[in-house]
Design a protein around this ligand. Structure first.
Ligand SMILES: Cc1cc2nc3c(=O)[nH]c(=O)nc-3n(C[C@H](O)[C@H](O)[C@H](O)COP(=O)(O)O)c2cc1C
Length: 186
């Protein structure tokens, strides 16, 4: 698959790290954009002082116009914004096609390509809630960073993976990252 993974400045850099690390095990073409705020948050939240992006992935600057996915003429399978800040979600919901992340999301929606957002914010105000409705109406899939517990995750990573697993499900990428309901543990 040809994938765009965008990381924004919501808390939850570990969700992005786990997704990137999983994708490294496959043969997907992966393009990564990290917002300026996301870099700062990742430095605070991750043990290694920032995101470890697999070297074979293509990394694009948030202000780049060079990335291939910035035009609908270049076919891509899906884009995931993980974690997705309410700021980025709001800009996408209102068509503010700013920077590589905003433009890419705009392209994926207009081309009817899969756009998966993983917002992390709590509580929500009415503006957040309305923006999510707008995004879903426009065709995005919203997977809130809400871990599940029925698989009895035994570590923070296992808990995080319950969210990453749902993202991979929506990309239709096979995985055994998390326990499925009424199935044996992976
Ligand atoms: C430590 C820290 C944690 C944050 N956590 C969140 C969060 O969980 N959700 C969110 O929507 N914004 C969060 N923010 C705010 C965003 O980083 C801020 O809105 C930023 O402008 C988003 O920019 P971006 O969307 O370009 O990455 C956090 C900021 C900081 C400094």
């Amino acid at each position: 698959m040809r994938l765009v993974i965008a990381v924004t400045g919501a808390s939850g850099a570990l969700y992005a790290q786990r997704l990137l690390s999983f994708l490294e095990t496959g043969d997907h073409e992966v393009h990564v954009v990290v917002s300026d705020c996301a870099r700062q948050v990742a430095r605070e939240e991750l043990e290694k002082g920032g995101l470890a992006i697999p070297p074979r992935f293509s990394v694009h600057g948030q202000r780049s116009l060079e990335a291939p996915f910035l035009s609908g003429s270049n076919p891509f399978s899906a884009m995931v914004i993980i974690p997705c800040s309410m700021g980025t979600a709001g800009r996408i919901a209102h068509g503010v096609s700013e920077g590589a992340i905003g433009r890419a999301a705009d392209v994926f929606l207009k081309e009817r390509r899969a756009l998966v957002l993983v917002p992390r914010e709590t509580p929500w105000n009415l503006i957040h809630a309305r923006n999510m409705v707008t995004l879903i109406e426009a065709g995005a899939v919203v997977i809130p960073a809400c871990p599940s517990f029925y698989g009895k995750p035994q570590s923070v990573l296992a808990l995080v993976d319950t969210v990453v697993a749902r993202v991979l499900d929506h990309l239709q990428i096979p995985h055994d990252l998390a326990v499925r309901w009424k199935e044996k543990k992976p």
